[in-house]
Every structure is written in structure tokens, then in C-alpha cells.
Design a protein around this ligand. Sequence first.
Ligand code: FES
Length: 353
Amino acid sequence: MAPRTRTLVLAAGAALLARRALRRRIQGSPLWPLPALEEPVSGRGRGATAGRRVMVTERTSPAEGVVQLRLEGADLPAWEPGAHLDLVLPSGLVRQYSLCGDPAESGTYTVATRLIEDGRGGSREVHEQLREGTELEVRGPRNRFPLVDSVSYVFVAGGIGITPVLPMLRAAEAAGADWKLLYCGRSRATMPYLDEVEKLGADGGRTTVAAEDEGGLPDLGFLASAGAETAVYCCGPDGLMEAVAAALPEGRVPHLERFAPTGTAGGGAFALELRRSGRTVTVPADRTVLSVLREEVPHVSYSCEQGFCGTCQQRVVEGEVDHRDKLLTDSERADSMLVCVSRCRGERLVLDL
Ligand code: FES
């Protein structure tokens, strides 16, 4: 064995032993198993899901700029491919991450996050604050991106968007379904789980890797022939999801999971009437309905503040809503809104509060 290879093997072995020792230490502690919480630590409203304590038992880096965390705790609810978990970070920020481990492994959740340099602070906190041995609260899991039964699937993943797709690939493969994956990214070094997805798709050339620094933007032309029997899934940047939707035959709608929040700024100020409370307040152009509402109704439910989780959904009595989420269905939009991101198209909005 070459000296450099021997050094790498020894380092990997030492890291593995250290992780096992940490897990033994954690699990041997009188605090283990960590108790479930009666109420969320952050106490953000009566509708928030009660949290559970978990501990980071392993921290690895599956690609450049990406951190993977293995979280362990007692009585963790089961989950299915496509589900995400709310992490309540030490600062109180709540962020959603797709579960990318094995649903059959009880007592453990695995999530991964890419560092967003100019983001809102969640990914930086994960990268800088969460270490092996850190305890935190999680809520969920919830699944807004479930894997439907199908004989045939096409998956398109962009970068860290592979995380919810990975358990789907394993499930599709285990079920003997026909599946294809187009995995896009800036470069191979930045694409997590590349080895695993290539191995999964090695039989029959199911996986296509499109690294921009090698071949430019991915060719989505193959989607034009996606038959009605094929379920199409996409997770990644908005541009990729829009391109996938546009490339499908007319009338076909892909299953989408977005990571980036939709915009909440823009539009003018408007009056917000809380019909049952008999109060009317102003929502300025630079504030969200939720932030104004919290001053009037301190127990109002919310969680992600990004239009992802649905916790802040409120019934609308009057007014035209400027829906800025990608979560609610048309029928839900007919009489409700997500107050963390959506606004009013007119001058007055009336909520059933
Ligand atoms: Fe999550 Fe509004 S708080 S959608």
C-alpha cells in the first residue's frame, strides 16, 4: 500500500473508532435516552409540533461545503422517503432538512446541509455550531414530497437537492421499479452522495451525472417523452425545477421540493383586520403578515417562516391574497394563506382571528 493511501486508511480508521467511542459515551450517559419534550423548546405557538431531543452522534462531509449529521434519540417517529425534519438550532432558528438516511433504521435521523455563504444564517450555524455531542430539538418528520406508487420514475436532483431523492432511489430500486436519475451540480466535488447514486444506478445506466464544469447545463430534452405512467420528481434550485416543469409534455406536473424560500418583500402596505378580535393593524411593505400578527396574537402558530411547513396557515375571510408560497393547493388557497410569506394584492385583508 502506498504511504499516502496507508495514512488515509489509518486516519479513516481512527475517525471511525472515535465516533464509536463517542456514541458509547453518549449512550452510557445517565441522560440517555434523551427525553421527549412536552412542548417545543422555543414555544412558538400552540400548533407547533412537540419536539424531541436528539444528539449529534456523527458529523461527516459527503462533499465540498456539505455537512452530514447523524442524530440519535429515543422513540423517534418513523418516516418515509421525501420527509423533512425541523431542526431547532441553538440560536432558536428553525430550519428544514430532508431526511437522507435509511427509514428502516430506528432511533436515527440523517440530514445534510450545504453552507450558504450569503444565506440567512441557518446553514452557517449548522456548519459552525453543531458538533458530535451537541444536543438539539427536532420536530416532525413531515412529508410534503411523498413517493407515489408507480412502475416508473424519473428523478432530477440539483446539488444538495439529492437529499430527499436518495431514499426514493433506494425505495424504487428495492421495489424493482424502473427509474432514472439526472443528478446535476456545479462540479463532482460539490455533489454529495455521488458514489452511492452511481453505484445504485450502475445496473442499466440509470444514473446520469451532469457536472457543469465538465459538460455545461444539463439536457432535459428526454423529459418531453415522459409517459403518463412515469412519476417525475425534482428537487433543487428554482431554475432547475422551472426547467423540468417546462420540459415535460403539456399538462404534466412534476413533484417538486424546493429548498430556497420564496420572496416576502415587495408590494405595498395594507390593512389587516382580525375579524374575531375586532382589531385592524397595518402591514408595512417591509414586514410580513406574520411579524405584525405576532404582536397582536402572541400564540399564533408558525415554524419555518419560509412558506415550507404550513404551520402558519390562516383562514382568509376577505381580500385578495398574493400567494407567495409553493405549498398550498388551489383549493387551500381559495380561503387560506401562509402568513409568513404571502401578502395582500389590495388594500385590505381580513383574517378569521
Ligand atoms: Fe412555515 Fe409559514 S411558518 S409555512
